[in-house]
Write a protein that binds this ligand. Structure first.
Ligand SMILES: [Zn+2]
Length: 438
């Protein structure tokens, strides 16, 4: 019998289901973490005694956003090292700061801060790759978000993994510890890149990922320099080298994919490799502009990611959508490319597909998990409303998100956090930042 525990009432509904138009005055009934029913204009809802009600009048109700690539705890390094070339930024600033300051404790609080920021800006699922991932997983679990949490794999001493020869063992043990703990958390592996992981490490990481039916994430062709280094070492461009190693398949998530030739795009498409576009990080580190329009044309499944807070410097996917659309137009000098609908799909339904979660999240449909946000339309910059998709991508920002629900649980109500003590988290990270600064 229908007995909803949460009702989201009276908003304009963007389901993100292919071909469906925005629905006026919609009401969602949520039961045991799932969308149990959708009532539209004119349908009177029965009275339910125990249900919590979110007033969604004058809002857009839509799927929670999927941040398909990030390093959540890197909020710790927000603003620490800006305006530098990638290699210098990474090897002279970020890696040393990580080596000195990362621990179970700092990653936990940094990840919690990232979760707060994502909740505050409408992200309900994050794909994370980093170190000390037990701490990230505990933070994400406390925050109530949905996540793919991948242990970082790199072939030199890393935070929490001083002996690089143990990196895959550490990753596998992490997967085993977390695979059955929560329906919201999936563990996994994240190989840093083709220049920091050996061929053998990549192949073994793929074997482990396939054995557990999990995706494998990797930074791919992020900079020209990286591409040249791979060519020098292997004689092949990165995607061709991955093909040679037998690693192109639907389990692989390639992040960035900025420098691709036509042949590489064809190979990625043919082998159903998923790609994550991180335009703001690519712009800030001057890595280049990904050929997103060409990838969309080839039916490559594309998600959108903020990347870590040291290269962005925020986790607001609304800003990322706006940037993705505009950068796609500038790159091709064609305003038709990367329209609002395409970008919104990347941040919702396609992002879910990148992570292999498309049966559970990404659209608002009866039977799917209740990962839902509302966007407050009672703001000057969101008036008038002709096209809700354009409004979301070009006019709204994360701070317009009013309510956030993950798996039927309200994490933010009318901009008040319900699961986390924001003051405590910010105070802890400020304290840690004093250590990092000195
Ligand atoms: Zn990254």
């Amino acid at each position: 019998m229908l007995q909803p525990d949460l009702i989201i009432e009276g908003g304009m509904l963007l389901t993100m289901v292919k071909g469906e138009k925005p629905l006026q005055h919609a009401t969602l009934l949520i039961q045991q973490g799932k969308i149990a029913d959708i009532l539209i204009c004119g349908e009177e809802r029965p009275f339910f005694k125990v249900a919590q009600v979110l007033d969604a009048r004058d809002t857009i109700i839509m799927p929670g956003l999927v941040n398909a690539h990030g390093h959540t705890a890197m909020t710790l390094f927000r603003g620490l090292a800006d305006d530098l070339p990638l290699k210098q930024w990474l090897f002279e600033k970020i890696f040393p700061a990580e080596a000195t300051h990362l621990s179970e404790e700092t990653v936990y609080w940094g990840a919690l801060l990232g979760c707060l920021e994502m909740i505050a800006s409408g992200t309900t699922t994050v794909s994370d790759g980093y170190f000390y991932q037990d701490a990230t997983a505990r933070a994400v679990q406390k925050a109530g978000l949905r996540a793919l949490i991948a242990q970082g794999v790199i072939d030199f001493p890393a935070p929490g993994v001083p002996d690089a020869s143990q990196n895959l063992m550490v990753g596998k043990a992490f997967i085993e510890r977390w695979e059955d703990i929560s329906e919201l958390i999936r563990p996994g592996l994240f190989c840093h890149s083709l220049t920091t992981c050996s061929d053998r490490t990549l192949q073994e990481a793929m074997k482990i990922s396939r054995r557990f039916s999990l995706p494998l994430q990797i930074h791919l062709s992020e900079t020209e320099e990286e591409v040249e280094e791979v060519i020098r070492r292997t004689g092949k461009r990165p995607v061709l080298h991955l093909d040679h190693l037998g690693l192109l398949n639907e389990s692989l998530i390639g992040v960035h994919a900025v420098h691709l030739e036509d042949e590489e795009i064809d190979l990625l498409a043919r082998n159903k490799v998923r790609i994550v576009h991180c335009p703001e990080s690519n712009m800030k580190l001057a890595s280049g502009m990904a050929r997103v329009t060409e990838m969309v044309k080839k039916d490559i499944v594309l998600g959108l990611g903020t990347d870590g807070c040291a290269s962005n410097n925020n986790l607001d996917l609304f800003k990322e959508m706006d940037t993705a659309a505009k950068l796609g137009k500038v790159r091709t000098l064609d305003p038709v490319n990367m329209g609002a609908v395409t970008v919104l799909k990347m941040a919702t339904v396609w992002g879910a597909e990148v992570l292999g979660l498309e049966k559970e999240i990404g659209t608002i449909e009866v039977g799917k998990k209740a990962d839902i946000i509302t966007v407050d339309l009672g703001k000057p910059h969101l008036v008038p409303l002709y096209n809700p998709m354009s409004t979301i991508v070009y006019s709204a920002s994360g701070s317009d998100v009013k309510d956030v629900v993950v798996n039927g649980r309200v994490l933010m109500k009318d901009r008040t956090f319900t699961a986390l003590d924001a003051e405590e988290v910010m105070a802890k990270v400020r304290e840690i930042s004093e250590r990092i600064r000195s």
